[in-house]
Ligand binder design. Structure first.
Ligand SMILES: NC(=O)c1ccc[n+]([C@@H]2O[C@H](COP(=O)([O-])OP(=O)(O)OC[C@H]3O[C@@H](n4cnc5c(N)ncnc54)[C@H](O)[C@@H]3O)[C@@H](O)[C@H]2O)c1
Length: 437
């Protein structure tokens, strides 16, 4: 079998999953040919972790040599795992060079960048896959199964709430995510997962959106309320670290240390900026109301400083209700670091079906093994070894169109927030940007 060749751009926390999938788990059908990043230390670290492959190992390229990498290493597919605001740049360059693309979510962060991606995809005819791992989590696939079989009749309305705890939620306030022009804010960066799930579950696309958003917790005022006056610009060497619950110790967490602290002289990237700084431009408390083309209406909440982490979703249908709750456990990405409180943290899922006229029924929740509730290994199988996977009756693969719909709710919500909650119509927003989906 001819192996498909892959190159990865952006060798930070998230790329590790893709590197291992290509170079190790699926090495029979896939081959890693090159790595690319602005940071020489992270590049070398990553290349050294690929099991010995003879010769000179994996080729590494600085970002300025991305195009040369494509010519010299000839990958079939480029995997994009850079910060969000750079996705479009690499997606477009890879497509124009005749390569397929797999990109991390969000596909991009605004409509101008979205148009560039859609145009380049159309012109090149190459594929863009957005790696929405959440769709592959068995418990969420089970919801799709129930909904697509019409068990609760037609879906009329959805209540969806996602809570980020003070480990995972805080982590979005430490580095590039905390700037709206780099991540689109949490309504794009994080909610792209949720809006993608909602679009897929409901089998529809968003039509109009209004939203509120504010930053109430990760603020300079909160630092004072918590007795953290005199804090430094980052956790490392912060004078009040000993009394801060949000202290991230890069020195003692070896994976984080080698990936970020030991690499920061190359590019000045601080992984542990203070979460109470005044230059943060994203919200931590967001609520969205949306109408879908199918008539479904949605109430959505995202909070980034909750005492627990997880989701609650309720689907209202013409025949009954379907409710799912997932209490998740999370650490700091790339660090494998457990939340404070130690190992007793609980992960629990429940799904309840309540048909009109009957009693509520607890369902056995589908489960799986591996990261993101068992989602990642299934998705990686479909991405890197599709011939050995069964045909996907749930339609979980996502292309640039699903990628686009998943960010449009958040982009429209950002506009609505900027305009005091005004209702934003997605078709008008697309028409103004010259986008047809
Ligand atoms: N699906 C998921 O569950 C999931 C989880 C984590 C991250 N992600 C996504 O993965 C992506 C990367 O996130 P991360 O946590 O690894 O971030 P990160 O900051 O750890 O890594 C980003 C890497 O990109 C590099 N980079 C920065 N500028 C660059 C440039 N101009 N050219 C090339 N490389 C450049 C950085 O040096 C760094 O190595 C993001 O889009 C994020 O949304 C997805």
């Amino acid at each position: 079998m001819t192996k498909k060749k892959f190159a990865i751009v952006g060798t930070g926390g998230r790329h590790q999953m893709f590197r291992e999938a290509v170079a190790q788990t699926h090495a029979e059908s896939a081959e890693l040919v090159a790595l690319c990043d602005v940071n020489q230390s992270r590049l070398a670290l990553s290349a050294n972790k690929v099991p010995h492959r003879g010769g000179n190992g994996i080729a590494t390229y600085l970002a300025e040599d991305f195009d040369r990498m494509l010519t010299e290493q000839d990958p079939d597919t480029v995997i994009v795992t850079t910060p969000d605001y750079l996705h479009d740049e690499y997606i477009v360059r890879a497509l124009k060079a005749g390569r397929n693309v797999m990109t991390e979510k969000p596909m991009t962060i605004d409509v101008a960048r979205l148009k560039r991606i859609l145009d380049a995809q159309r012109e090149s005819g190459k594929s863009v896959t957005v790696t929405f791992n959440y769709r592959y989590s068995p418990a969420r696939t089970q919801l799709k199964e129930i909904l697509m079989n019409g068990v609760i009749g037609e879906i009329t309305a959805i209540d969806f709430r996602w809570y980020l705890d003070r480990v995972h939620g805080a982590d979005y306030f430490r580095r590039w995510h905390r700037y709206k022009d780099k991540s689109g804010g949490l309504l794009v960066h994080k909610s792209t997962h949720h809006f993608d799930l909602l679009n897929w579950w409901a089998g529809s696309t968003p039509k109009s959106i209004s939203a509120t958003g504010k930053r109430d917790f990760y603020t300079p005022e909160m630092a004072i309320k918590l007795g953290l006056e005199g804090h430094g610009p980052r956790c490392h060497a912060c004078p009040v670290a000993h009394k801060c619950d949000f202290y991230m110790d890069l020195e003692t967490d070896e994976p984080l240390k080698e990936l970020y602290l030991d690499a920061e002289n190359d590019d000045g990237y601080w992984r542990d900026k203070c979460v109470f700084a005044d230059d943060i431009t994203i919200e931590d408390t967001m609520q969205v109301q949306a109408q879908y083309a199918s008539g479904v209406s949605l109430n959505y909440t995202l909070v980034a400083y909750s005492p627990w982490e997880g989701l609650e979703v309720k689907f209202h249908g013409t025949k009954g209700e379907l409710t799912h709750k997932h209490i998740e456990v999370h650490g700091v990405f790339a660090g494998g670091h457990r939340e404070r409180g130690g190992d007793e943290a609980v992960e629990a899922m429940s799904t309840e079906l309540h048909l009109a006229g009957g009693l509520p029924q607890k369902l056995d929740v589908w489960t799986g093994k591996g990261s993101h509730g068992g989602a990642d290994p299934i998705m990686l199988g479909y991405l890197f070894d599709p011939q050995n996977m069964e045909a996907d009756k749930y339609g979980r693969a996502s292309d640039q169109v699903a990628g686009a719909w998943s960010i449009l709710t958040g982009i429209a919500a950002n506009q609505s927030i900027a305009r005091n909650g005004e209702r934003i119509f997605v078709d008008a927003m697309l028409a103004e940007a010259g986008i047809t989906l």
